[in-house]
Design a protein around this ligand. Structure first.
Ligand SMILES: [Zn+2]
Length: 252
């Protein structure tokens, strides 16, 4: 049982590299002439060697899932955690080293512990702290990128979350109050719960996306409904079909 995740790892990483690049190429057609991908948190365009597989719900958390769930071939670790590629290249801000590794390690350092506490239910015995709410926002953002692709990253709401990613201790002033609330409870022990195979689910209400993550839910601000098709190569389109991609990054 210990070997399987490592054996599967190159396959998952390769598939993500292909699917994430194909998705990003919808907004940057010339991308496919390069060997680059945009990191959805720092915004840098980097080569393949600078990316690593990221488990959205950390492996330390999913390792604690009930034995029957862990042994169920339809709910292996990678399915229960969700995956994306994040960069591993050192982060430089205004010429100075901010972090000696990339976004993958930054997430691990700042967010994986509170995510683990939430995703195992331990966090909800008391009132969620500010760092916990921030970690939940970041996880919800990454889950939305995993589900809806780079349009989530390239929207103004995506830029707001990318800025929040690098401010792990203080909620950004642009994050609405309704998104600073977290409803959570104990993790189910029901091994037949569909939540093991689909750890993230999404519904839309007004201008928000309600993101359900295992045992907790929060309301994410979103600049446009990602289920609406994106108009491309059409001169006049209704506003809801428009997406003006924002490629802002402050990192080198
Ligand atoms: Zn990055």
């Amino acid at each position: 049982m210990e070997v399987a995740p490592n054996v599967m790892r190159p396959g998952i990483t390769d598939n993500l590299w292909l699917s994430m690049r194909n998705d990003l190429a919808r907004y940057v057609p010339r991308l496919l002439d390069t060997n680059l991908l945009m990191c959805c948190t720092c915004g840098r365009f980097l080569e393949r060697e600078h990316f690593d597989l990221e488990h959205l719900i950390p492996q330390q958390a999913v390792k604690l899932d009930p034995l029957h769930v862990r042994q169920n071939p339809s709910t292996p670790t990678n399915v229960r955690s969700g995956n994306l590629l994040l960069c591993k290249k050192p982060l430089r801000y205004k010429g100075s080293l901010l972090h000696k590794n990339g976004c993958n390690s930054w997430k691990g350092k700042h967010f994986d512990r509170p995510i683990r506490e939430m995703a195992t239910g331990a966090a909800f015995r008391g009132r969620p702290s500010e760092p916990m709410i921030i970690a939940a926002l970041i996880l919800a953002y990454l889950a939305m990128v995993s589900k809806f692709g780079y349009q989530i990253t390239l929207l103004p709401s995506g830029l707001m979350m990318r800025e929040q990613f690098f401010n792990p201790h203080k909620i950004q002033k642009d994050i609405p109050l309704r998104s600073q609330m977290l409803l959570g409870g104990q993790l189910t022990t029901d091994v037949s719960s569909p939540g093991w195979a689909t750890p993230f689910s999404f519904s839309f209400d007004g201008g928000d996306c309600l993101v359900s993550i295992r045992n907790f839910i929060l309301r994410m601000p979103i600049s446009r409904d990602p289920r609406m098709p994106v108009a491309q190569n059409i001169p006049i389109v209704p506003k809801r079909f428009k997406l003006r991609p924002d490629f802002t990054t402050v990192f080198t």
